[in-house]
Design a protein around this ligand. Structure first.
Ligand code: ADP
Ligand code: MG
Length: 706
């Protein structure tokens, strides 16, 4: 059933260009500002404008005289208009108007004057109030293009407090403020969705009032993240997010699951074939997973474990249990490289235990693909490993019992929801992530998914020596690498993805490849996202086999790549990466018994925050600590690159400030779901509106019409 937005909200989802004073030109600019990454190419809408909150306030109430003008800033003063000095005809010079008060003179400056605009605005001898930014030239005060030039009557009508918005070049501040004011006027009356007692206790305003207070602020305090209207809106957004997660989860939980209980024979053989003992954390997590699988309700469990914690073998054993119970398993990973790597490393192990594995990615085509699909439908394949191609049309299992999604943070939230749907009704679900998501963020992504943690690394891992160096010391780095490579060490060299242009990024990686090839002829390989699959495989295989010893790469190797012989990781322009991402990259080394190192090369000059961030990596290898620190330094939105982390975009809530509200919103959502799972009560109806307002309506698809 399609979900239909209530008509009442339609005005808020109309394009901004329909607002008074916003034409198509400003509309385009606003779209770039407010919906930069909109995949749908849709124009910015009123809600986008409304959720773009002012970051500060211009206080025009600060009245000064010319003699007391400050060195800079916005001022308001009452003056008498003096002489006009128009530039000589045809000369490209500014138009000047002298003004004065009892204390001195100043000059108003206009570039590009059309017609008699300025003459009308500033009739000689009249008194005017002017407001704008003061500047100084040769000790003489000036004001270029005052924001306001008005008469005393008009001055009385002016907003003395004018909001300032986080801006994008090209969008005039006053137009943005005006557009936001116009949007506020279109806010419909909406029934309150928050619990009345809670609202009263918090002393929060209503939704529309909060937006009005923020877009028409009368004190700077109201704009602070901790102010009642900001908290109110943050809470609305967090509640919508939590509710949406619970709706989806409840729906999945309601679907009948099945009990998958194996005899243990395949697992026994697998464990016997492992060259190591499972860690305590692996054993514990596995038994939590097996317990859920044996339970007749559906499993939805997250296995969280830092890079290198050994999630893969836990997944394999869980999949084996599903096979023992007569069902099939699927292991889905985000990249082709990872799919092939898992397939290659698990196949020998599986063979010893009598498990039949197969691989399916976008690259398997024609006969081979048909054969795999036929075998899958006939139940002749026990475990299918692959990319999202696993859940594409035409892929039918005989009896899928357990689906494992590896490195789930690489899949967007929507993608994940879609996959969970596709995996089918009675399928148990295990998602695995290495992204160390701080507790506060974990709630926004997973709601209350059950979690198993691998909080212990396999024994014998050597610490990774991490160094932070400026790019200007490249020569030294190359000399050091030469020595290490002579000793047989293998090196990753990662070039940054700047995301703006893949073309440019590739060029940078190719250039680095060319330069390093000069230094190390015949020993360097290159892999990036544009290579065809087979080419990628060939390069990875040669690196794994030691035929090449230095691998230049983009972040395609970030996730899951396992070449235990590699011991050195160089990251170029490390300051451009998220800390979590750097931690992932670093996790590519330190996988074998030899000691490893990581060189983070940065572009000078390095800002203070950037320096602090990089030094966290030098000090810690604990992914959770790194993530918490990163969150503290940068705020949630930026932390992992929202897109990449599969985090929902939060527009009003800032988890570094509103983190505590998240826990409350989570409990609130759980209570709502317990009391009114169909959102059928009056409050339930209002909550549906809230979900639409924050575009979290996907969860409503599972409910009856309201
Ligand atoms: P991740 O959790 O990052 O997916 P992997 O599953 O790729 O980690 O495991 C990292 C490496 O650790 C692999 O080479 C794997 O064989 C090895 N490993 C896993 N469990 C253990 C263990 N209990 N003892 C020793 N090595 C282990
Ligand atoms: Mg892994």
């Amino acid at each position: 059933m399609p979900v239909m937005r209530p008509a009442l909200l339609n005005p808020l989802f109309a394009p901004v260009s329909g607002l008074k004073g916003v034409g198509s030109k400003l509309g385009k600019l606003l779209t770039r500002l407010l919906r930069p990454a909109a995949a749908d190419g849709q124009e910015a809408r009123l809600v986008d404008l409304l959720y773009h909150l002012p970051s500060g306030l211009v206080d025009r109430s600060r009245r000064v005289t010319i003699a007391s003008l400050p060195p800079e800033g916005i001022v308001t003063l009452e003056v008498t208009v003096g002489r006009h000095r128009a530039p000589p005809r045809g000369r490209n010079m500014p138009y000047r108007v002298e003004v004065f008060d009892g204390t001195g003179f100043m000059t108003l400056i206009y570039f590009k004057v059309f017609g008699d605009h300025v003459e009308k605005l500033l009739p000689e001898g009249e008194r005017r109030f002017i407001s704008g930014t003061v500047s100084w030239y040769d000790d003489l005060p000036q004001m270029a293009h005052p924001d306001y030039v008005v008469t005393a009557e008009a001055f009385a009508q002016l907003p003395m407090m004018e909001p300032v918005y986080p801006l994008m070049a090209g969008v005039p501040a006053r137009l943005l403020a005006k557009a936001a004011r116009a949007a506020v006027e279109r806010l419909p009356e909406l029934a309150e969705w928050q619990d009345a007692a809670w609202l009263a206790r918090q002393q929060w305003p209503g939704f529309a009032t909060a937006l009005r207070l923020l877009h028409l602020p009368d004190t700077a305090a109201v704009l602070e993240a901790s102010s009642p209207p900001r908290q109110r809106l943050a809470y609305d957004e967090l509640l919508a997010t939590q509710l949406a997660l619970l709706l989806v989860r409840n729906r999945m939980k309601r679907e009948a699951g099945r009990s998958l209980r194996g005899a243990g024979d395949i697992r026994t053989r697998l464990v016997a074939a492992l060259p190591y003992h499972l860690t305590g954390a692996q054993t514990r997590s596995l038994s939590e997973i097996l317990h859920d699988m044996a339970d007749p309700s559906r499993m939805i469990r997250l296995l969280q474990g830092d890079v290198g914690a050994g999630k893969t073998v836990v997944a394999l054993l869980a999949l084996a249990a599903a096979v023992e119970a007569g069902a099939q398993g699927a292991l889905m990973v985000p990249t082709e490289i990872l799919a092939r790597q898992h397939f290659a490393s698990l196949t020998p192990l599986a063979a010893k235990a009598g498990l039949r594995l197969a691989l399916l990615t976008g690259r398997e085509k024609g006969r081979a693909r048909d054969d795999t699909l036929t075998a899958l439908a006939a139940g002749e394949i026990d475990i299918l490993i692959g990319t999202h191609a696993l859940f594409q049309e035409g892929v039918a299992f005989r009896d899928l019992g357990l689906a494992v999604i590896d490195e789930q943070h690489r899949f967007g939230v929507h993608q994940r929801l879609a996959l969970q749907q596709k995996a089918g009704a009675a399928v148990d679900l295990l998602v695995m992530t290495a992204t160390p998501i701080p507790r506060t963020l974990a709630l926004t992504v997973y709601g209350d998914m059950d979690v198993s943690k691998l909080d212990e690394k396999p024994p014998g891992r050597q610490p990774i020596a991490t160094r932070v160096l400026p790019l200007s010391r490249m020569d030294e780095v190359v000399t050091g690498l030469a020595r290490a490579m002579r000793d047989g060490q293998r090196v990753y060299w990662v070039c940054p993805l700047v995301a703006e242009s893949e073309q440019v990024d590739m060029a940078a990686a190719e250039q680095r490849f060319a330069a390093l090839t000069q230094d190390f002829p015949g020993m360097v390989g290159l892999v990036h996202g544009r290579l065809r699959g087979a080419e990628k495989d060939a390069v990875m295989a040669r690196f794994k086999a030691g035929e090449i010893t230095l691998l230049v790469a983009t972040t395609v190797i970030e996730v899951g790549v396992d070449v235990p012989e590699a011991t050195i990781m160089v990251v170029e322009n490390a300051e451009r990466f998220g800390l979590a991402q750097l931690h992932q990259l670093r996790g590519r080394v330190g996988r074998g018994a030899a000691s490893s190192s990581c060189l983070l090369l940065y572009q000078e000059p390095l800002g203070e925050t950037a320096r602090a961030r990089l030094s966290i990596l030098r000090e810690s290898e604990d992914g959770f600590r790194i993530a918490e620190e990163d969150l503290r330094l940068r705020g949630a939105g930026e932390m992992l690159g929202t897109q990449q982390a599969g985090l929902p975009v939060l527009r009003l809530a800032d988890l570094s400030v509103h983190g505590e509200l998240l826990a409350a919103a989570h409990d609130d959502a759980a209570l709502i779901m317990a009391r009114d799972p169909q959102l059928a009560t009056a409050r339930g109806q209002a909550l549906r509106v809230l979900l639409y307002l924050f575009e979290r309506e996907e969860g409503l698809r599972f409910l009856g019409a309201g």
